[in-house]
Design a protein around this ligand. Structure first.
Ligand code: F0G
Length: 352
């Protein structure tokens, strides 16, 4: 038993690879589906709630699913270098998979708006990290132009192989639950992941693997919610920097996923995001990054509309270790420091 082979091997029949495709993998995917009873109890009415914890991928986010495919196909095509714009997670994944595939990675990030752990990853994997005086939307415009004018492969989610890889998360949900959930709650930034999940659910449904399709419930941060308002946001703002995006590249596909699934887009405030983030950590033992918590914040916001006895899956897209600054700023208990190194002092600090 050689263990989990990675998502390309496991779902090969559903992916655009051949026997000779040079698979670049870190054995991503196969992430846990975790019940969250305190969230379910808050909703009541027999509703079951699960977390798809994609923060347990090799670089700590769902981006690994897309990047194993995008880098594999880039290698197959003979690419020597890849480029992406990123709020942090895409750059970490691109950097890791590129080096594994023997390619250079160039990543453009918004200066000052990438969480510390993500920046550390891209630097350590050996990417060329270029911080620009602009936001994610500006960076994406530039890398699109770069890929048109120079011999370098774009690995943002406008690359169709990214979505092919990411759709496998929907396969894993159906494989684990025995059917699709009734609701899928998911944070939305550029709109790639909601599109990919919807592709995956449909493909599995057509192959008779599930009896139903879920309603796609997409959640954006209220300061960066163009898909909720229908209007591009020039200066998006949210502490959930991963989804600080005003002009989603997959706009039309994300809207189609929402409409075709009879789903909804809703906005959650930064306060609601942080409340869900702290709840997941301190009541369920699950540490995610703030953008990920938008899915749970959103579920709690619209909880009265969840059908009774429904099965709900909230996607947690990224690991909490990505963003230690936000965790420390939102700690649950006072952090007592400078305590004398003897038992009496420790006991006193503990309140005995
Ligand atoms: N959650 C996290 C943790 C993300 O990093 C992202 C996107 C999303 C959700 C939204 O997914 O864009 O497919 O709708 N991060 C991109 C990046 C933009 O550069 O890492 P989406």
């Amino acid at each position: 038993n050689r263990g989990w082979p990675g998502l390309i091997e496991n779902y090969r029949a559903y992916l655009p690879v051949s026997a000779t495709t040079p698979v670049v993998t870190l054995h991503e995917g196969n992430t846990p589906l975790i019940p969250v009873p305190t969230i379910a109890a808050e909703i009541g009415r027999g509703v079951k709630v699960y977390i798809k914890y994609d923060g347990l991928n090799p670089t700590g986010s769902f981006k690994d699913r897309g990047m194993t495919m995008a880098i594999t196909k880039a290698k197959e095509a003979g690419a020597k270098a890849v480029i992406c714009a990123s709020t942090g997670n895409t750059s970490a994944a691109a950097a890791a998979y590129a080096v594994r595939g023997g390619m250079r990675a160039y990543v453009l990030i918004p200066d000052g708006y990438v969480a510390l752990g993500k920046l550390a990853q891209a630097l350590l994997y050996g990417a060329e990290v270029l911080a620009i005086k602009g936001n994610f939307d500006d960076a994406l415009d530039i890398v699109r132009q770069m890929a048109e004018n120079y011999p370098i492969t774009l690995v943002n989610s406008v690359n169709p192989y990214r979505l092919e890889g990411q759709k496998t998360a929907a396969f894993e949900l159906v494989d684990a639950l025995g059917d699709a959930p009734d609701w899928l709650c998911i944070p939305v930034g550029n709109g790639g992941n909601i599109t990919a999940y919807w592709m995956g659910f449909n493909q599995y449904y057509q192959h008779g693997k599930s009896q139903k399709l879920p309603q796609m419930m997409g959640f954006q941060a209220s300061g960066a919610a163009p898909l909720v308002s229908g209007i591009r946001v020039k200066s998006p703002e949210t502490l959930a920097t991963a989804i600080r995006i005003g002009n989603p590249a997959n706009w039309d596909k994300a809207v189609a996923a929402k409409n075709d699934s009879n789903g909804e887009f809703n906005a959650v405030t930064d306060d609601e995001i942080i409340a869900a983030y702290r709840w997941l950590g301190s009541r369920e033992g699950i540490f995610c990054e703030p953008a990920s918590a938008a899915s749970v914040a959103g579920l709690l916001k619209v909880k009265d509309r969840v059908p009774s006895n429904a099965t709900v899956v909230c996607v947690l897209t990224g690991n909490g270790l990505k963003d230690p600054d936000t965790a420390i700023a939102n700690k649950i208990n006072p952090f007592q420091q400078g305590i004398a190194a003897n038992m009496d002092a420790v006991a006193a600090a503990m309140g005995f």
